[in-house]
Design a protein around this ligand. Structure first.
Ligand code: G2I
Length: 458
């Protein structure tokens, strides 16, 4: 298993891996090992996306990029968007006093993991610093503030960011311009001015306008379409449109692909920039299955249009999502649960990106099970079994989701770094013939909960 990826094009593991989802409630209960039903070959999503020439990104919180969160962010995605760290209010809370710490951390992490960065966002009506929102500005002053901000922020990361969401959310639902600081002070031309300033500050960055509720064909997306068309006709630098895609389970717009296509036909790129699909809590398997189908439909629509460059999820785990704070009672909107276990949505994304939906013939699987558990400890085992394939040596790895630690192992050599466990065969059990299996065991410590991780076989 790997803890980081260095290139989006690195190929995915060829050995099919499965994990047993075993719930353990009674102390000392024994669970039989088995395999899960067929689902897509487990990612990494970034490799599947790269093989299709697409970006698979996630919004991230810079301070969380360690441990399991950092491991998944680095392993599964080939692009990062700072969820908040590059907004004006974050980088210049006091006029002339800048704080780039979290933004820098994300860009550094991305570079260390061979990932693109999508800068988000330069000109918006929200999350601006108080001094800007509450100031009294002449149009000339406002225009200068905007241009200076763009020159400073885009200039700081010149050559390092692939993309900028230059203008965010300029439209009302009916397709009229949103009355904002920028529109009210500078008129609709603030958009062209912002794009022009961004191009000057980093000629290599792809420049986008980004909005929500513009995924299907509707009044708002048509206003965006007309704007992009006229900007192109005027020679204003515009490279793409971002469809945020903050969606609700069961409500993926039926015109999504058609809408992506009409923007593409204007000669701009399209990106799904902030995908999440929320539901009324609590989640249940029917809702998660529906959500998976919805995720698949969105990714399929992007895959179907050459100029759709990719999909970014707005947080990859339910523990790092804006939904519960903003829509009380709703949530479970991302592809991983709060304990970093991949949900059906994760496998649906993998399938849409070309992962196989049935186990290939000739495969080895790894099944993790907890065989006994007591107050602070447990015994676990991993069974590696091959059908129509054989191994001469093996490595099995996983990431604990709840602070568990391996304290002792037998029939394998195991080590743990942070939450990441790596085990390899002992001298006497590396070979697994077709139709055969080997099992190794371990003792571990746990507290709070002891969720079953997904085992990767390599
Ligand atoms: O609102 C969802 C997204 C819509 N499109 C533009 C995105 O930039 C926007 O992201 C969200 C962030 O995910 C939230 O995390 O933007 C929100 C603000 O409009 C962010 O929420 C803010 C909270 O309102 C603050 O109280 C909090 O201090 O996040 C801040 C940092 O956690």
């Amino acid at each position: 298993m790997s803890t980081s990826r260095t290139s989006p094009s690195r190929s995915s593991l060829r050995v099919r891996c499965t994990a047993l989802f075993a719930g353990l409630t009674a102390v000392g209960a024994l669970l039989a090992a088995g395999t899960t039903g067929a689902h897509a070959a487990d990612g990494p999503l970034r490799d599947l996306a790269a093989a299709k020439g697409k970006v698979m990104g996630t919004a991230v919180t810079g301070s969380k990029l360690t441990g399991t969160y950092g491991e998944i962010a680095g392993r599964e995605f080939n692009a990062l968007t700072p969820g908040n760290a590059m907004k004006w209010g974050s980088v210049e809370p006091v006029r002339g006093t800048f704080d780039w710490a979290e933004a820098d951390r994300i860009v550094d992490f991305a570079e260390a993991h061979g990932q693109q960065v999508r800068g988000h966002t330069l000109v918006w009506h929200s999350q601006n610093p108080g001094w800007l929102d509450n100031g009294t500005w002449t149009p000339a002053q406002l225009g200068q503030l905007m241009k200076d901000h763009i020159a400073t922020e885009v200039g700081r990361y010149k050559g390092r960011l692939a993309t900028w969401d230059v203008v965010n959310e300029p439209f009302n639902e009916d397709g009229t311009y949103r009355q904002t600081l920028w529109y009210n002070g500078l008129g609709a031309d603030y958009i062209a001015q912002a794009l022009t300033a961004a191009r000057a500050a980093d000629p290599a960055a792809r420049l986008y306008i980004n909005d929500y509720n513009v995924e299907g064909v509707n009044a708002k997306s048509t206003a965006l379409y007309n704007l992009v068309k006229s900007l192109k006709e005027r020679g204003v630098p515009i490279d793409g449109v971002g469809l945020q895609a903050h969606l609700i389970v069961g409500q993926v717009p039926s015109t999504l692909q058609q809408n992506i296509q009409r923007f593409a036909d204007l000669g701009v790129d399209v990106a799904i920039t902030e995908l999440d699909i929320r539901m009324q809590l609590p989640s249940d398997s029917a809702k998660l299955t529906r959500q998976a189908a919805d995720y698949k439909a969105v990714v399929n629509a992007c895959v179907a249009v050459a100029r759709c460059v990719g999909v970014t999820v707005w947080g990859f785990t339910d523990s790092d999502s804006w939904i519960p704070d903003t829509f009380p009672g709703q949530g479970a909107a991302t592809p991983y649960d709060e304990n970093y276990a991949p949900k059906p949505a994760y496998h649906a994304i993998a399938e849409a990106l070309g992962g196989t939906t049935t186990p290939p013939t000739g495969a080895c699987t790894a099944a993790y099970s907890v065989t006994s558990q007591w107050d602070t400890g447990f015994t676990g085992q991993v069974r590696i079994a091959c059908t129509g394939a054989a191994l001469s040596s093996w490595k099995a790895g996983w990431t604990f989701g709840a602070g568990q630690r391996v304290t002792q192992a037998w029939n394998a050599a195991c080590s743990q770094s942070g939450a990441v466990v790596s085990c390899s065969n002992a001298s006497y059990n590396g070979s697994v013939p077709s139709g055969g299996s080997v099992t190794f065991g371990f003792n571990g410590s746990w507290s709070g909960s002891n969720p079953v991780p997904t085992v990767t076989l390599g």
